[in-house]
Design a protein. Structure first.
Length: 365
């Protein structure tokens, strides 16, 4: 990474040096041409004093255009294009990093407590102030139940298209892998066309609205296959002092009778593997996450299967998108199992996705 950054800096410096030379020549040429026009205005024949611009001015202007084009291309299509694209999107809650001061660094101690707040003076001198309580943040997001019965995906959803989440994935996201059928939404993974940057193409959809706290649910039928990962999760992006927050339901294609319940928060994680009383590849089953202040609960077919209420759960506070995706990995074989890409295609089917500000039972049945 360091060598790559140094190389990029050298290239940028070279481009800037060339741009400076070209701009200097062009400025001289334009000044020469401008003087010739001013001189012409003082004569009876306005065109009499016009002199041809220097013969090399066209090449200088072309150099300027080329440097400008390279600079703009690097800004738009750089490696962090997707990060900047997602950050630039408006968040209705007003909690985008550009709209709010960065969150302070998380307290590394196991017991998460709010910093002490100033206590107003009272008539009782010498009284000990009561311990400060952590202010509860407001719930964000409106309820919805989406059964995917229309001919097109509603504008409630954003389809990821044209990038991958990293080298650990054997696929990138393509709009072409999202469809609607008799059972609702489906995401497919298949062999990529010749010349594609990744060997496979797959799909991801996410809500455009962001949510804080509430119950998230899907009803889905997952594919079998070693190396596959089916993800249903909430996610808030990380950048600088802005913390990542993520709550996961993950099912691995190598064992579709196990649910992995995970929390990620600013480098801290929890993981619980839960044996399911059913095979999630045999038919449609509901999976849910009940995200409350300080506590997160996972459900499978309406039954509570796990709860986290430790410090990591308490720190999950940022508004997040609701995401469904489906990917495969060769590098992560120790986790997901060996991946045989020749067995493609695979399909993930989702008959319902839903959200409610509070948990009151399953939403998709």
């Amino acid at each position: 990474m360091k060598e790559k950054l140094e190389s990029l800096l050298r290239q940028s410096q070279t481009a800037l040096n060339r741009a400076g030379i070209a701009l200097g020549h062009a400025r001289t040429a334009v000044r020469h041409g401008w003087r010739s026009h001013v001189q012409s205005w003082t004569s009876q024949n306005w065109l009499a004093g016009v002199q041809p611009l220097p013969k090399d001015m066209a090449s200088h202007l072309a150099a300027i255009a080329m440097v400008t084009s390279i600079t703009m291309t690097s800004l738009v299509y750089g490696e962090d294009y997707q990060r900047r694209f997602m950050e630039a999107r408006s968040i209705a809650s007003g909690e985008h990093p550009s709209q709010q001061k960065p969150l302070p660094d998380a307290d590394p101690s196991p017991d998460f407590t709010a910093p002490p707040q100033p206590v107003p003076e009272t008539a009782t001198s010498g009284a000990s102030p009561a311990p400060a309580a952590r202010a509860e943040l407001p719930q964000i997001g409106e309820a919805f139940v989406e059964r995917f019965q229309d001919e097109t995906l509603s504008d409630h959803w954003y389809i990821s298209d044209g990038w991958s989440n990293g080298d650990h994935m054997d696929n990138d996201w393509r709009r072409s892998q999202v469809g609607l059928g008799p059972n609702g939404l489906f995401l497919t993974m298949e062999t990529a066309p010749s010349g594609h940057p990744k060997p496979l193409v797959s799909a991801e959809v996410r809500t455009l609205p962001f949510y804080r706290y509430g119950y998230f649910e899907v009803k889905m039928k997952v594919p079998r296959g070693s190396g596959l990962v089916i993800g249903v999760f909430t996610y808030a992006h990380i950048d600088g002092n802005t913390r990542s927050n993520e709550i996961d339901i993950e099912i691995l294609g190598k064992n579709t009778r196990v649910l992995e319940a995970t929390i990620h928060e600013n480098g801290r994680s929890t993981l619980k593997r839960i044996a399911l009383p059913f095979d999630s590849a045999d038919g449609f089953h509901t999976f849910g996450i009940d995200w409350r202040p300080n506590t997160i609960v996972w459900y499978a077919d309406g039954k509570k299967v796990h709860e986290e209420s430790g410090p990591v759960a308490a720190r999950v506070i940022r508004p997040q998108q609701f995401i469904i995706d489906f990917w495969g990995s060769t590098p992560l074989r120790d986790w997901v199992g060996p991946f045989d890409r020749s067995k493609a295609p695979w399909k993930l089917e989702v008959s319902c996705a839903a959200y409610s500000p509070t948990y009151a039972g399953t939403l998709c049945d």
